[in-house]
Design a protein around this ligand. Structure first.
Ligand code: GLN
Ligand code: ZN
Length: 767
């Protein structure tokens, strides 16, 4: 009896990020489209070749796209928003880039599509915008050409198509004519991801079902004509808490789409179990179902329920290999699952990865792996071998893989002893700051000189002492400039940090930094998340030297800068068996020690950044309380070593706290700085309505834009904020770190900011 194997998708960036470099060269005009395509197709070919070499039963086609799958599908469906009317001049390749970047050859710059987090991953998709009267002039010829290219491998093909309902669920209705509905025009491009959009509970896009049914039907007919037998139709929204309207839409849509015998649809779900949608999913009139068993809570055996309820003619594709983890699978354990499933399903059992392998690095091959984790890791390429081993039954026993620890790590978790009111009073007396003090979020421009010095140091061409001198010069310059600008609370500027998470991961024990472990974050942007490999401890102080040095250069207050535990965790790969809670608590203890050391070194204000505080939020509501519980506990633990007079700040890159303000309040930071310049002031009202008790620094301008902020725009934010927050508890700052800007832009922007703050301060003091 054979078990069919396939994957839901493969990383598209290439082993050496070839696609990224090809795209960026093309955007800069250094390469023609043909030159770009040649490089892109080489990655596509390498991806298929890996699947062939590993011995998978099917080649997956359609997962390889240039920027984002939802974007490619949007363009193929012809759902191009009106403001991109010049897109008609472009072919589909440039159309995708135009929608994603707001820029294309010979076209007027317009606001790009917004992007947002893809379920609970750190990948971002482009949010389709559908006009109220949207018609779909679909053109899938690009996909058909891809199928033609794949046919050369002489393997059975399986084509991936975004599900009709998932596509609509992730879209939104935007009437370009009405300015109130206009999308967020400014695009967020720093590492702090886009502002978070919660699972879309709105049902406005359901009305497009009827327009899409004929489009999908035609697509399926065409695919059948191309000789395709199986389609992986991705409907991951089936793992969410779905409104009844969406649930009944599933029945209707798949009843309308079934019909043809020649083409078999595998409805594909991932990132969670089907939970309440189990019955719905197993009974859809399709050929098969894919489920992700890697996210099941241990001992749940949800997959057994699926097998029990699945009609006996249907294929079940079991996602057994974790597509979100960098760790090798326990094949012996999985083999038991496979054997059990096979007993019930026989030939109807397929094996796969839980989700697309897009979320893990491509290949371990070029890494130098330290002994303690040698043999324990598996990136995308290695996971293909695991899959084939499981299906063939030739499983190898990997003695090295990590198994669950016997004892979980726990921490009582401490809090600050004094309440905010008494801390506020003590800090006010000690810090002697003016009304509405001005500050920044931490980083200042990462100049070419800084990057060159770091590169030379990493290569061994610059000694430790010379590197330190170079960084200190940058710090001194940054301090001087802030003094000239007249800011009230200064920062050292983070010159020594490549990235707010990687920097700490490099200094804490328990992390491994890979060299080539890149993962796509959005478009051509890739991140290289540190890998947590063991217990996290802090061998020595990580930031004190730099911040203390900055502090000696000025009479003004210098704010110390740390990254919080939740953010470090959410932007790293977690260990094999530890719970996220345990890891977060260990990180919190390390940061708590750093807070203590900074304080001992005379630092009076310490910011603990939690840019990704809500990024790890579980997809389903019932799981969320637990997450908030340990996330808040971890943050509070970090700040618990601060004395009453030490002021703790935190920073978040968004301001949409509608559904989690109680948790933000519970963090009890003395000051929170947030993004408000892009997402609008109405969000601050949430703070007002729920009486946010502590101090706030709303971002008064958008650092993502190179232009100098308009004084009047800043004034609008400040005036708006003053309606919700008393002046005594208000700070003035940009909306994020300045590292992506240059010095000219930075000085111009901060000059305006300080000027405006002084003007408002004067008015407040005289009234
Ligand atoms: N302190 C960090 C910086 O200024 C915060 C970055 C972030 O929020 N993403 O760069
Ligand atoms: Zn930020």
């Amino acid at each position: 009896m054979t078990i069919q194997t396939h994957i839901l998708g493969y990383p598209r960036i290439g082993v050496k990020r070839e696609l990224k470099f090809a795209e960026e060269a093309y955007w800069r005009g250094e390469n023609s489209q043909d030159e770009f395509l040649e490089k892109a197709y080489a990655v596509e070919a390498a991806n298929w070749q890996s699947q062939v070499n590993a011995g998978l039963s099917f080649l997956t086609v359609g997962d390889f796209v240039f920027y984002d799958s939802i974007l490619a599908h949007t363009v193929r469906l012809g759902a191009i928003p009106k403001r991109f009317n010049e897109a008609s001049k472009l072919n589909q390749i440039d159309q995708q880039f135009y929608l994603a970047r707001g820029r294309a050859p010979d076209c007027t710059d317009v606001a790009a599509l917004e992007m947002t987090k893809w379920f609970d991953t750190n990948y971002h998709y482009l949010v389709p915008e559908l006009d109220p009267a949207q018609i779909f002039n679909a053109d899938f010829s690009d996909l058909f050409r891809q199928i033609e290219r794949a046919k050369k491998y002489n393997k059975p093909l399986k084509v991936v198509v975004p599900g009709l309902l998932t596509f609509l669920y992730l879209s939104r209705v935007v009437d370009d004519k009405k300015t109130t509905d206009a999308p967020n025009l400014k695009k967020h491009t720093c590492e702090c991801s886009t502002h978070y959009t919660d699972a879309n509970t709105n049902i406005a896009t359901i009305k497009f079902i009827d327009a899409l049914i004929p489009v999908y039907s035609k697509l399926f007919d065409d695919l059948a004509a191309y000789g395709i037998e199986y389609v992986q139709i991705d409907e991951p929204i089936l793992v969410l808490d779905l409104a009844p309207e969406w649930q009944s839409a599933f029945e209707r849509v798949y009843n309308l789409l079934q019909r043809r015998d020649s083409l078999k649809l595998i409805v594909t779900t991932y990132f969670e179990t089907l939970a309440a949608n189990l019955n719905l999913a197993v009974n859809l009139p399709v050929a098969g179902l894919h489920i992700d068993i890697t996210r099941e809570k241990s001992g749940d055996f949800f997959w057994k329920k699926v097998i029990d309820q699945l009609p006996t003619h249907k294929i079940l594709s079991l996602g057994v290999i974790n597509g979100r983890s960098v760790w090798a699978s326990d094949l012996v354990k999985l083999d038991e699952i496979v054997k059990t499933a096979q007993k019930s399903l026989g030939e109807r059992l397929w094996l796969s990865t839980g989700c697309s392998l897009l979320h893990v690095p491509v290949d371990l091959k070029s890494e130098t792996i330290p002994d303690e984790i040698d043999g324990k890791l598996a990136f995308a390429r290695q996971k293909l071998d695991e899959l084939v081993a499981l299906a063939s039954g030739y499983i190898y026993i990997n003695e090295k893989i990590t198994r669950a620890a016997d004892k979980a790590f726990d921490l009582v978790g401490q809090s600050r002893l004094e309440n905010f009111a008494s801390r506020f009073k003590a800090q006010h007396a000690k810090l002697n700051l003016p009304l509405i003090p001005t500050t920044t979020i931490g980083s200042f421009p990462q100049t070419a000189e800084i990057r060159a010095a770091r590169a030379a140091w990493n290569k061994g061409n610059l000694s430790d002492a010379d590197y330190e001198t170079a960084m200190k010069q940058e710090i001194a310059y940054t301090i001087k400039e802030q003094e000239n600008l007249g800011l009230d609370v200064l920062v050292h500027g983070e010159a020594e940090r490549t990235d707010m998470v990687e920097y700490f991961a490099g200094l804490l024990d328990g992390f491994w930094l890979s060299k080539f472990g890149w993962v796509q974050s959005y478009g051509s942007r890739c991140v290289r998340p540190p890998i947590i490999v063991g217990d996290i401890t802090r061998p020595k102080a990580m930031t004190v030297k730099w911040i203390q040095y900055a502090n000696t250069l000025t009479d003004k207050i210098v704010k110390g800068m740390l990254t919080g535990p939740v953010t470090i965790l959410n932007w790293s790969f977690p260990p094999a068996h530890r719970t996220r809670r345990e890891v977060c608590l260990q990180l919190a203890e390390a940061i708590r020690q750093e807070v203590s050391d900074l304080q001992d070194a005379g630092i009076e204000i310490i910011q603990i950044d939690e840019a990704a505080f809500r990024e790890g939020l579980p997809l389903r509501r019932t799981d969320r309380a637990k997450y908030w519980d340990w996330a808040v506990k971890s943050f509070k633990h970090c700040s618990s070593s601060a004395n009453i007079e030490t002021q703790i700040h935190t920073h978040m890159c968004y301001s949409d706290f509608k559904d989690c303000l109680p948790e933000i309040i519970a963090m009890d930071a003395d000051v929170i700085t947030i993004e408000t310049s892009r997402s609008g002031l109405q969000l601050l009202e949430v703070f007002h309505q729920q009486s946010y008790p502590n101090a706030i620094g709303p971002g008064v301008y958008d650092i993502h834009s190179p232009r100098t902020p308009d004084a009047e725009d800043m004034r609008i934010v400040i005036d708006g904020a003053l309606k919700s927050i008393p002046a005594e508890r208000l700070w003035i700052n940009p909306d994020c770190g300045l590292k992506t800007r240059n010095w000219v832009e930075t000085k111009a922007a901060l000059t305006e900011l300080v000027k405006m703050a002084k003007q408002v301060r004067k008015e407040l003091e005289t009234t």
